[in-house]
Write a protein that binds this ligand. Sequence first.
Ligand SMILES: [Fe+2]
Length: 378
Amino acid sequence: MWEPQGMYSKFLLKQPTILFGENAIMGLKTYASARVSVIYGSSLNEGYKQKIINALSSFEISFVQKTWFGEPTLETLHATIKKIEDFKPDLIIAIGGGSVIDGAKMVRTYYEFPFFDVKETSFSMLNWKTTFVAIPTTIGSGAEISSASVMYNDSQKTKEFVISHQFIPEIIVLEASLIENAPKNMLLASMVDALSHAIEGYMSTIDNLLVDSYAEKAIQIISQYHHVINDGVEHEHINKLQLASLFAGLVQNHCIVGASHALAHQMSAYGLSHASAISIFLPVVIRKNISEPNCAARFDQLARHSGFAKGEDLLSFIERFISSVDLTKERDIVKKNRERIISDNIFFEQALADKGGQGNPVPMDKDFLLSIFKDASS
Ligand SMILES: [Fe+2]
């Protein structure tokens, strides 16, 4: 089982500089650099490209479109790594969704440490020469504050986590304008993912009093401002949701999440997005966990500290919120594959071995996960 590196459960990990608000990217002006590579996905438009150029004080900038689709594999990263090696940047910007940022973490790692081995991540102290800037164009995944890079293992058809706390970027830029055009349904599901990071992290077996306050704040902000996704857009409020998502990501990164994630990660093989799969499993997982009295007390505390009267109120907020997400297609896929998954031992073995789901407060075994899956798919 993956163990948290070092003694960080009592402390906060490396704290990136967070530039947030309208034109936050202009804060990069003060970071001296000679050569900048910008790794981008499909969401970078010409207007923002110009904004990046205006925000930098460097001599040369190269824009490199990522060469991987979905989660990166070592093979699909290769062509991007080659371009970065040729250009030799001292500052690397990754702009895009979680998979762009995660892939760029590995590109930077192989650029600086060509001998890096994804199976041997005990190189916990990588001393970077480059500065790494993450500019998320989605909300919720927490990739920008995560020590993990989610890769895809082509031969096993599974997601793999490569983990080093040095992967956390030095600078994060959060601008509301970058996500205002994202599809609403995707944003809603992503906010459920953010909620799950705060809740599963808070409830997890790894206790961290300092990080608790980030979980409470994240839930309080999301419950107060989630309506702006549907009601149209005040940038200031979208920016608050971006910060809440980052706080929740920080909780996930310190405390490890639980059964919702262990199961959701297996559903990518069935074409479900991470956030949709989380939306399907989260309420059932919370209910199973809080049937244990200590977990119920902990959940009650989380609810009270984040502005609800009791745990049941927080849970009904989550259920109402999830019912506003259109999951018709995803629920159909789960129902269609229900019997096949129930009889698939490997599905549950992989869920139990999943490094991203090891923090569940109730010890997980196959029967526990099976009963969650049955309830969530009925
Ligand atoms: Fe997640």
